[in-house]
Design a protein around this ligand. Sequence first.
Ligand SMILES: [Zn+2]
Length: 397
Amino acid sequence: MSQSTVLTNIGSLVTNDPSLGDGPLGLLTDAALVIEGERVVYAGSAKGAPPADNSVDAGGRAVIPGFVDSHSHLVFAGDRTAEFNARMSGRSYAAGGIRTTVAATRTASNNVLDANLRRHLTEMRRQGTTTVETKSGYGLTVEDEARSLAVAAAHLEEVTYLGAHVVPAEFADDPAGYVDMVTGPMLDACAPYARWVDVFCEEGAFDGDQARAILTAGIARGLTPRVHANQLTEGPGVRLAVELGAASADHLTHLTDADVDALASGTTVGTLLPGCEFSTRAVYPDARRLLDAGVTVALSTDCNPGSSFTSSMPFCIAVAVREMGMTPDEAVWSATAGGAAALRREDVGRLSAGARADVVLLDAPSHVHLAYRPGVPLAAAVWARGELAVGAVGFGG
Ligand SMILES: [Zn+2]
């Protein structure tokens, strides 16, 4: 039998199960959580908790599900400090900056890529993130995309093939030839490592017809689509994502009413990436508009060396509340249950019986502090699959 642990004296517990508590967060006070092995076996009142082998006193503090970061680009080498510095000194962001990272990634060994990925995953976990999706997209050759995905798949369940991140310089005069490679030999080499296929559908990257060809080829190989859509301009990305049954359409900074209607009528989650607008001094997406239309909204870091080099979900929550019209409750839901929905996962992003025991104890009395105290490291302890991964807690008998 695996050991069981009760976290008791929880002042405020976010379950994301409306049947257990108040509102969409299923919020409970004076609560307890019991984990056994990798799973949650009880979430409810402290006085109703079943006995457990070990006990942790939460001291009246808040407990939330581990963050689900459903959009990141962590397989890369080098950095883009100079580009960021130039942009913050008055030059505008262009999609072509990705090519700088492509050059560095192609010359990096697998060991370097692996070490970089692990460093960023550790950084994320320290801040409370327990589920991470990451993408290829800085290799852009058959070999470099495949080894990027192999590195990601060694550590993560949620791996996305993004050969269609940008057309590499050597195909500048033959973008159709590059799409043929992405939908042909590169897909053959990459599909075994990936669950998802993604495309950067944007002026300067891939147009609607190219994006459709790339996603359709991925679907035929058993991958499920997700789309970088409507980041820099209004375009066909959102409607294509909904039409093809994508799990998520991401960025959504420039939307027409037809785009919002399409998202509201389909099953595609709208994923917002406020670190990107923050780090490029761009206008933020309007989360309020999407929420009021009934769209399921996720929040994610988009952690990447070019446009959003933050690994912090709490930072994204704070920006979403301050700049995008989300309430603190909505932002915390979107960073946990919303991310799970964007990855079509039922086992994470919630804390109720049967869920994976991915748990964050905050050094705060309420989840609202994630927005109220921007920039403050609040993750006091993090359990991942039932194992204490971050922080130290005193165990009682
Ligand atoms: Zn991205």
